[in-house]
Design a protein around this ligand. Structure first.
Ligand SMILES: Cc1cc2nc3c(=O)[nH]c(=O)nc-3n(C[C@H](O)[C@H](O)[C@H](O)COP(=O)(O)OP(=O)(O)OC[C@H]3O[C@@H](n4cnc5c(N)ncnc54)[C@H](O)[C@@H]3O)c2cc1C
Length: 328
């Protein structure tokens, strides 16, 4: 990753998740004049890995997979480069992980790109020269064109807070994007528990848990397991608004039900927007033609689902930007 050299770019991209990175990698002609801005400490968005003691645990996306081209070849390419590892195969579809956690992929993609992290964008204004992003900490970022790749409700909030942008109709459409909630837990055990599945992942062991996987096996590492639990949609909906203490208690109870009542270290996390359930969008859309603002991200592609959709929306958004900006 390169640090910011100037505050005026040809293209600003809000969101350094897979869709933002997909756009940026498609525009090498303007790589120096493009800036990815994210509120998080690192790139990747929902492709994220968290350090817990001496272990690295994926707690968002579990595995990357493709239903069709071009993402299928893209995954094979990252596998050949050594960024991705084979994880498991199901119904003839190859699933991939990464050897130091799934965030290895966004880190790899962001390596030579300009990024500005830990900046939450709260407002967009316009000027004769273009579009200006305002961050919570008071920074401004100007560009000729803009892409927003935040989850739809966050994009909706940003547009609603930006009276310079005429987006009433689009805000209504954005309200039609529905996400699944997901409660997650990261669990370290002090004993050598092994999930019976040799790949280190089990699906739906009971109605409350959608999957459990061992990050140590995933990363081909020895040592006690480092488990990630993803809870079912129904369980997550039911317990999502509990206080953190209440949530930790019900989750700990579920972990004990599955693993027995030994000692664990547990961290829990709430994903308000985990994966898209319904979307009215089939592709990225253009909000304002005078100063191009493109909306992209997982919810803006009808090709593939989840990470595949995010990547494909980035490809389509890059094509849209190319048609709106004179690139040289
Ligand atoms: C629990 C869970 C399990 C999943 N499992 C899988 C799986 O197994 N396989 C799979 O393919 N997919 C899975 N997914 C979905 C996959 O992670 C997403 O489809 C994909 O990562 C979405 O990429 P994106 O770039 O569209 O969005 P994001 O990754 O959400 O990126 C958007 C970025 O925008 C940033 N942002 C938002 N608002 C602002 C703001 N105002 N200012 C600055 N930055 C902002 C965020 O910090 C984020 O980095 C899972 C997701 C979760 C949460």
């Amino acid at each position: 990753m390169r640090s910011l050299s100037k505050l005026n770019h040809r293209l600003n991209i809000v969101g350094c998740g897979l869709s933002g990175l997909s756009i940026a990698t498609q525009l090498p002609e303007i790589a120096d004049e493009l800036l990815l801005i994210d509120k998080a400490r690192g790139p990747g968005g929902r492709l994220c890995t968290r350090r817990f003691e001496d272990k690295r645990l994926d707690h968002g996306a579990v595995a990357l997979f493709a239903k069709e081209e071009p993402f299928r070849s893209q995954l094979v390419g990252w596998h050949k480069e050594g960024v991705l590892l084979d994880y498991y195969k199901k119904d003839d579809v190859q699933y991939y992980c990464a050897n130091s956690g799934i965030s290895a992929l966004p880190k790899h993609l962001a390596k030579n790109l300009n990024t500005e992290l830990q900046q939450r964008i709260i407002k967009i204004t316009t000027s004769k020269e273009g579009l200006i992003l305002h961050s919570e900490s008071g920074n401004t970022y100007q560009s000729k064109a803009l892409v927003l790749t935040s989850p739809a409700p966050q994009t909706m909030e940003l547009l609603a807070n930006s009276p310079d942008i005429d987006s009433k109709q689009i805000e209504q459409d954005l309200a039609g994007v529905v996400y699944r909630k997901c409660l997650a837990a990261m669990v370290l055990t002090n004993f050598d528990y092994r999930l019976e599945d040799e790949r280190g992942i089990i699906f739906e062991p009971n109605a409350n848990i959608s999957k459990v996987f061992d990050n140590q096996l995933k990363q081909r590492k020895a040592g006690n397991p480092a488990l990630t639990f993803h809870f079912s949609e129904e369980f997550s909906d039911k317990h999502f608004e509990l206080t953190p203490e209440e949530r930790d208690a019900v989750i700990t109870q579920e972990v004990r039900k599955l693993l027995g009542s030994a000692d664990y270290q547990i961290q829990t996390h709430r994903w308000r927007y985990s994966t898209v359930k319904n979307t009215p969008f089939e592709k990225p859309i253009l909000v304002d033609a005078e100063h191009p603002i493109v909306l992209a991200g997982e919810a803006f592609s009808n090709v593939g689902i989840q990470a595949e959709a995010a990547w494909n929306s980035g490809l389509a958004a890059a094509a849209l930007i190319k048609s709106k900006l004179t690139l040289n």
